[in-house]
Design a protein around this ligand. Structure first.
Ligand code: GSH
Length: 144
């Protein structure tokens, strides 16, 4: 059975998972998260109550967190391109870079985009009526 990937193309975390699948031409079924009420979004909420994406489904198994999806794909569907080096020390360097870019680039970038999307939504309510692909940002002054 082919993997299923729940994703939105504007999400950098989803792009990480997609690169892993495309690099080794791993077949997968796209579950495109088209909006808050789309069937794929409802199914995502059933499979992963945190409702974060990407999410990979492999039969009865669900794998969340883009980094873990990459490791899972490398483990279960190895191809000519090694996603995580076999050498433990080199693998550690890859994981360090992964953590750096997630924590200090992607997450702040996502927060900034979400803030702008939310401002735009309140100015033009029809742009994305209820929920953007990424989290609604905290309001100014909140501690979240
Ligand atoms: N740490 C997670 C982050 C995933 C994440 O935050 N994805 C965003 C999309 S950019 C999301 O699911 N947003 C939906 C929401 O916050 O409700 C990963 O690496 O996969």
């Amino acid at each position: 059975m082919a993997f299923e990937l729940y994703f939105h193309p504007f999400s950098s975390y989803c792009q990480k998972a997609l690169v892993a699948l495309y690099e080794n031409e791993v077949p997968f079924e796209s579950q495109l998260l088209e909006g808050p009420d789309s069937p794929a979004m409802r199914r995502l909420a059933e499979l992963w109550p945190m409702k974060r994406f990407p999410l990979l489904v492999d039969g009865a198994r669900t794998v969340f967190e883009a980094t873990c999806i990459i490791e899972y794909v490398d483990l279960k569907h190895p191809g000519p391109v090694r996603l995580i080096p076999a050498d433990a020390d080199e693998a550690l360097q890859v994981r360090l870079m992964d953590r750096f870019f997630d924590n200090y680039v992607s997450t702040p970038q996502q927060r900034s985009c979400s803030t702008r999307c939310a401002r735009r939504r309140s100015a033009t309510p029809m742009a994305w009526p209820r929920r953007a692909p990424c989290s609604t940002p905290p309001t100014r002054g909140s501690t979240a």
